[in-house]
Write a protein that binds this ligand. Structure first.
Ligand code: NDP
Length: 240
């Protein structure tokens, strides 16, 4: 018989919609206590929400403090999911286009991980899950900023693993392919059809399929998995 999973205190950034929302719902269903962040902090059906702008360290700190109050203790599982795209070809990409995406997707994750690991080290337990993307290792035209930010998360997870692995903390990356959310709804139908033709599964993922991988990485069964990149991409990035 399977052991009863240990309920954990979880924070999911950008958990009000899309992939983050599906992750939060799944972790609640798994029996964990979950708080999500959004920029506005507006109410989300069935979930506790705190406001957080990942581009601002003091906002991140305040969000963690508010979440810890709700959870009744420090965050044990961090899912750093908040992210943006701002696509344009390299020759047209301004420094601001580049920096804004890196500041949200990569430095934003750093701000959250740094705040979270203080409590994880004290508790000698932690699960860090960074939501990257297939394009981090595969590359994508028009996404030099986004791909660089997502590739950086791999080095981050592996460095956290080397620094904090002996303290009961794991850090892993989930690398989704195309997932049906607001982010991909922006793509023209023709572009979506071209992408689908290149994906061995011939379809985009549902957010819940990414949530399944995060759920596993947060579970007791994944305690010896760290520094891994788990693709959830229908086979698109195979070999990377
Ligand atoms: P959505 O655009 O649906 O949601 C993005 C989330 O990130 C929202 O909750 C948003 O909050 C939050 N967010 C954005 N910027 C900030 C910020 N500066 N500070 C705090 N929160 C912020 O995206 P998805 O659900 O599609 O994507 C979630 C993650 O998965 C992202 O990291 C994305 O890069 C990654 N991903 C997505 C794929 C896809 O095909 N959809 C594929 C591969 C990876 P708010 O609602 O307040 O704006």
């Amino acid at each position: 018989m399977a052991a009863t999973p240990t309920p954990r205190r979880v924070l999911v950034t950008g958990g009000n919609r899309g992939i983050g929302r599906a992750v939060a719902d799944r972790l609640v269903a798994d029996g964990h206590r979950v708080v999500v962040t959004s920029r506005s902090g507006d109410a989300v059906d069935g979930l506790d929400v705190v406001a957080c702008e990942v581009g601002d360290s003091s906002s991140v700190d305040a969000a963690f403090t508010a979440a810890e109050e709700i959870l009744g203790g420090s965050v044990e599982v961090l899912v750093a999911n908040a992210g943006i795209t701002n696509d344009t070809l390299l020759m047209r990409m301004t420094e601001d286009d580049f920096s804004r995406v890196v500041d949200t997707n990569l430095t934003g994750a750093f701000r959250c991980v740094r705040r979270a690991t203080t409590g994880m080290v004290k508790g000698r337990f932690g699960r860090v899950v960074l939501v990257s993307s297939v394009v981090g290792l595969y590359g994508s035209p028009g996404q030099v900023n986004y791909a660089a930010s997502k590739a950086g998360l791999v080095g981050m997870a592996r460095s956290i693993t080397r620094e904090l692995g002996a303290r009961g903390i794991t850090a892993n990356v989930v690398a989704p392919g195309f997932v049906e959310t607001d982010m991909t709804a922006e793509l023209a139908e023709k572009t979506q059809a071209e992408y689908k033709a290149a994906i061995p599964a011939r379809r985009f993922a549902q957010p819940g399929e990414v949530a399944g991988a995060v759920s596993f990485l947060a579970s007791d069964d994944a305690g010896y998995i760290s520094g891994a990149v788990i693709p959830v991409d229908g086979g698109l990035g195979m070999g990377h």
